[in-house]
Write a protein that binds this ligand. Structure first.
Ligand SMILES: [Cu+2]
Length: 201
């Protein structure tokens, strides 16, 4: 009898602990407005400074090779999340991933074939196809899941949920003339609130 009281109070303690943790998070919604002539490519928005540890998702991230183009051009993933590269063209490509000038992955793939890569470090990875020199893309690897893609052709709004309350740097990454450019802004995420960020670039 005594034992069951101990167990039930332990369960209650755990339940309170978990709900207290869950209520320490907030949502961030925002809009990235681009000035004229720059809407062609997606933007990636992420938070800098969120403390972990974080578990990588089971969901696989995908980048296609289609019409001699990497689709999408910018792919955000979490460290430890599997990335699958697919060849949807009727001819061969290769996937050549660089960390700075160092080759991390180099795989030829024929029509309909695919290859897998597991990023183990955070950062920006350049992806090229050596067969078609005009093809390039970037995979952005983050420690945490607090990032979003903004497709300016569809909507300029984004939502990031379950963010631990705190003050962070909100970073927008854009691909401009084959290079990555970053724009930063400080934001505060308050618990149990929908916080907003308006960005004009
Ligand atoms: Cu190619």
């Amino acid at each position: 009898m005594k034992r069951s009281i101990v167990v039930s109070s332990l369960i209650l303690y755990l339940a309170v602990g978990l709900s207290a943790e869950a209520s320490d998070t907030g949502t961030l919604t925002g809009k990235i407005e681009l000035t004229k002539g720059r809407k062609g490519e997606n933007s990636i928005v992420y938070l800098k400074g969120v403390k972990g540890p974080f578990v990588p998702p089971d969901q696989v991230a995908k980048m296609d090779q289609k019409g001699k183009t990497f689709v999408p051009h910018l792919l955000p993933v979490q460290k430890g999340q599997e990335v699958i590269f697919k060849d949807s063209d009727a001819f061969s490509h290769n996937v050549h991933i660089y960390w700075g000038k160092r080759t991390l992955f180099n795989q030829v793939q024929g029509p309909g074939q695919s290859s897998e890569w597991l990023p183990r470090r955070t950062g920006e990875y350049l992806v090229l196809c050596d067969i078609h020199r005009e093809m390039s893309a970037f995979v952005l690897v983050f420690e945490h899941p607090f990032f979003a893609v903004v497709d300016h052709q569809v909507s300029e709004e984004f939502t990031i949920e379950n963010i631990p309350a705190g003050t962070y740097t909100l970073v927008v990454v854009r691909e401009e003339r084959g290079d990555l450019k970053e724009y930063e802004q400080e934001i505060t995420v308050k618990a149990n609130e929908v916080n907003t960020a308006m960005i004009e670039l």
